[in-house]
Ligand binder design. Structure first.
Ligand SMILES: C[S@@+](CC[C@H](N)C(=O)[O-])C[C@H]1O[C@@H](n2cnc3c(N)ncnc32)[C@H](O)[C@@H]1O
Length: 357
């Protein structure tokens, strides 16, 4: 059976997943009903009604019914995942602990729990609890043996060259991104595209297949399309399907593979700084400049080390010493002068790498 790529299948997600071929998809992203158990209407201090989630799809008779539903969809998701596949579930304190324990019972392998810290949360109107300012995403592999995708270097690049942490501060979906119909929100729990951008960039490759069993307004599909990934959306509410289809049709995908590629620095050949000298791209005795005003200077020695009045050592060590910093990436810190311009020595490394390909 060919996968119904980049379409939304109307109806129950469990039946649809059970009809897809086993081990056929790379990632499942799920934003299931939270089982919010809202009792009665929630009013703001000015007596206006809070737009909470009180839809029929979020109602379960009790925890046992919610657990049974959770087990059923997770089993179905596990069957369609490739052995090296992975799954994300987003939830709140109402459901995430139950989902987590069922995931482990089904032999999914926990990788991280991510805290999505909402930069603009809804206040606790009654003043009876802390402001509920985060949601939790569980990221797990199909099994402990899965060689799951993690684009470590892309995450680091997205985070200004610092390792990406497990707490993500991102705003709620508001403004122009929030779908509206007749002046009201089209969907009570539309997720921000920034959240899906990070999930998809972290854990998939271009061309991968992502299934979202609780598609809603199609946030997963919109971001997947933009980033050159395939999606299969499952959703039982025809109004949400129509909204998602219209939204995704407007997305312009990035198609250039060079723009989409997540280059792993680990897979690039290691180039020692000495190679730059051997190749004659810099000569011994050249001056390198560091710091935002290029006010730190060091001379290049014939053996590929740097020397200043008081320090000597590798480009990284001397870079750290002149700044009084614990560590330094010498490739991006040190610059050489070309005419009136200062260019990072990393440019020379890239030139050598390009010749090796
Ligand atoms: C929490 S919302 C997902 C919102 C979505 N992430 C977005 O950004 O718009 C859950 C969605 O799952 C759908 N749903 C609930 N149970 C379902 C089922 N058994 N099969 C298919 N869809 C279901 C609901 O209609 C709802 O749109």
């Amino acid at each position: 059976m060919e996968l119904p790529l980049n379409t939304i299948l109307p109806g129950d997600c469990i039946a649809h997943m059970n009809a897809l071929p086993a081990k056929s998809v790379d990632l499942v992203f799920a934003d299931p009903p939270y089982n919010l158990q809202l009792g009665g209407e929630l009013l703001r201090p000015d007596n206006s009604k809070v737009d909470g989630v009180d839809e029929e799809w979020d109602r379960f008779s009790d925890f046992a019914a919610y657990d049974q539903f959770t087990r059923d969809w997770l089993k179905a998701a596990r069957r369609i995942l490739k052995d090296d596949g992975a799954l994300w579930v987003i939830g709140s304190y109402h459901n995430i602990f139950r989902v987590g324990s069922i995931l482990q019972d089904l032999h999914f392998w926990m990788l991280n729990d991510i805290v999505w810290r909402k930069s603009n949360p809804m206040p606790n109107f009654r003043g009876t609890r802390f402001t509920n300012a985060h949601e939790t995403l569980i990221w797990c592999a199909k099994s402990a043996e899965s060689r799951y995708t993690f684009n470590y270097d892309s995450m680091k690049s997205l985070n200004d060259d610092l390792q990406m942490r497990s707490d993500w501060t991102l705003p709620l979906c508001t403004g122009g991104e929030r779908l509206k119909s007749g002046g009201r929100k089209t969907h009570p729990t539309q997720k921000p595209e920034s959240l899906l951008y990070r999930v998809i960039m972290a854990s998939t490759k271009p061309g991968d297949v992502i299934v979202d069993p609780f598609f809603g307004t199609g946030t997963t599909g919109a971001v997947a399309k933009r980033l050159g990934r395939n999606f299969i959306g499952l959703e039982r509410d025809p109004a949400y399907i129509a909204a998602a289809e219209a939204r995704i049709a407007k997305v312009i995908p990035v198609t250039d593979p060079a723009i989409l590629a997540s280059v792993s620095k680990r897979s690039e050949p290691r180039i020692p700084f000495g190679t730059v000298l051997e190749r004659g791209l810099l000569t011994p005795g050249s001056t390198l400049f560091g710091g935002t005003r290029h006010d730190k200077q060091a001379k290049v020695r014939a053996d590929g080390t740097l020397i200043t009045d008081i320090h000597r050592g590798s480009i990284h060590k001397v870079g750290a010493l002149v700044q009084g910093a614990p560590a330094c990436n010498g490739w991006t810190f040190w610059h050489f002068q070309l005419g009136k311009e200062y260019l990072p020595i990393d440019v020379l490394r890239q030139k050598i790498r390009a010749e090796l390909h």
